[in-house]
Design a protein around this ligand. Sequence first.
Ligand SMILES: N[C@@H](CCC(=O)N[C@@H](CS)C(=O)NCC(=O)O)C(=O)O
Length: 248
Amino acid sequence: MTDTVTFLHHPTSQPCRAVHQLMLETGVPFEEVIVNLMDGENETEEFKTTYNPTGQVPILVDGDFTLWESAAIGSYLAERFELPGNWLGRDMRQRARIQQYSHFHSTMLRRGAGAFFYTRFAECIWGPRDYSAEIAMGRYMLAESMPILETWLEARSHLCGDEISFADLLAFHEFVSHEAGAIIPSDEWARFPRTRAWFERLQQRPQARAVSGMIMEVGAMRRAGHMIPMTRRTSLAKGTAVKPGLPG
Ligand SMILES: N[C@@H](CCC(=O)N[C@@H](CS)C(=O)NCC(=O)O)C(=O)O
């Protein structure tokens, strides 16, 4: 088995950036393949059959083994490359804490991505429409999640202890997108000073900057009113629509 894995991703995607940063931080040998989400390359039957029936990224290919879902990819990389530090947990309890966070993340903070997607991306796919219900739902998920993060960060410097872990990267990259899209106003951030300080600390990591360049550029373009060219007509943020099939 070769030691180089293949990483299929797109740099605008929060879970992709979390996995990407993990691999850069820990020196995992990988080659990258950028999947053209903007034109729906991931929606073809061939892509879904070969890689992931949901069509989503990130995806990891290690020889004849293909894996998707960012949390599963993190756990796999930890064992496969014996990742150092606390990235996926030094001991049984730390590993369980990070798993706990990953499940919380999927049902709570991750769904806040709808606020970013429907504020900044939806118009590039479906044109100007009323996305207020979806934006409100995304904001609601953020409002539910942020106080929980703030409580954790009152007791410790990182989400799962006093050392950085993959949980921090999963959460951090959600906020990077919100920052790129100017989704969370400063008076809202002011209610969560520890979360803000944690976010700013993580922003200083060179690998965080290395994987965040494109989303910051795209966010700046959208804030300036420029459209992102896309030919896809389906959602990039599955699970954040309020009505089935919306807006079609
Ligand atoms: N739960 C998944 C979520 C992955 C996900 O939402 N990927 C999005 C990009 S952020 C995607 O591939 N969207 C394209 C599509 O659904 O067509 C994970 O953590 O890996």
